[in-house]
Ligand binder design. Structure first.
Ligand SMILES: [Zn+2]
Length: 260
């Protein structure tokens, strides 16, 4: 039995892209192997699915079969591995970066980001610091969102209209701050296709656990696979909320108290 298709446009949410030689070496469960990533790009081409941006989805003007690719956290592997692959397959993507990390450690620097922007890639804000925005007071949420947008716009000289909330934690205050800071679109991490014409857009995570078969079902909006992911996400929502309040360190997230 099949449950059919869900309406909407899948927004895929990637983190690290890991070179084949290093895959499996670390414990990065959100990473995607370079060759799996290329298989996914090839499949999108074979299925004739166009890549659009979250802003396109919010505006509602879309080709009949579309998907958006997004990358979080601004890793340098996005420049070294994802960008060449995307360019080769002529696919656009949105990179959500923390402006405080750019140019440090394993992250992109401004030269890489500028080259990607010139090569047709979009940039969005992932806040200035990678911090749970719902744990900050409104003044600090505004600061996180305003500073990152300004810095990105100045450095890359193109408008920044999309925000992806760190760790997927979002509430009414964060949304309000986003609209006040000039964002048009907010991306979350609820595993469901985004709905055309809306400003708050769900995204589905792609990780090393996503088989090519699952990937195909996700981009073809197969209801059964989304219901499975949605059920798992809902089951974890309450424990995640409780841990965030009581023991955020167990979630491995950064909250208001951690910032100096
Ligand atoms: Zn993140």
């Amino acid at each position: 039995m099949t449950l059919g298709q869900i309406t909407g446009v899948p927004i895929l949410d990637y983190h690290r892209i890991v070179p084949a030689s290093r895959f499996g070496a670390g414990d990065d469960r959100f990473g995607v192997n370079e060759s799996a990533f290329r298989d996914q790009l090839r499949l999108l081409r074979d299925l004739k699915i166009s890549a659009v941006t979250p802003e396109d989805i919010a505006s509602g003007q879309l080709p009949s079969r579309s998907v958006a690719l997004t990358f979080d956290d601004g890793y340098s592997s996005h420049y070294k591995i994802a960008f060449p692959g995307l360019s080769e397959f002529n696919v656009t993507a949105t990179f959500f970066v923390n402006t405080s990390s750019i140019g440090t450690g394993e992250f992109l620097d401004w030269t890489m980001a500028a080259e990607m922007a010139r090569g047709g890639m979009q940039f969005g804000s992932h806040a200035h610091n990678h911090v749970v925005l719902t744990t900050l007071n409104s003044k600090r949420v505004n600061e996180e969102l305003r500073v990152s947008r300004q810095v990105l716009e100045q450095r890359l000289t193109s408008p920044v209209e999309a925000l992806a909330v760190p760790y997927g934690f979002c509430d009414e205050h964060v949304l309000e701050a986003a609209w006040e800071s000039g964002y048009r679109v907010v991306c979350t991490s609820k595993p469901w296709p985004a709905q055309k014409g809306e400003r708050v857009l769900s995204r589905v995570g792609i990780s090393r656990q996503t088989s090519l078969n699952d990937f195909r079902k996700l981009v073809e909006k197969d209801a059964a696979v989304y219901l499975r992911l949605w059920g798992r996400d809902r089951a974890l929502a309450i424990p995640r909320y409780v841990f965030l309040r009581l023991r955020p360190e167990l979630l491995g997230v950064r909250t208001a108290e951690d910032r100096h």
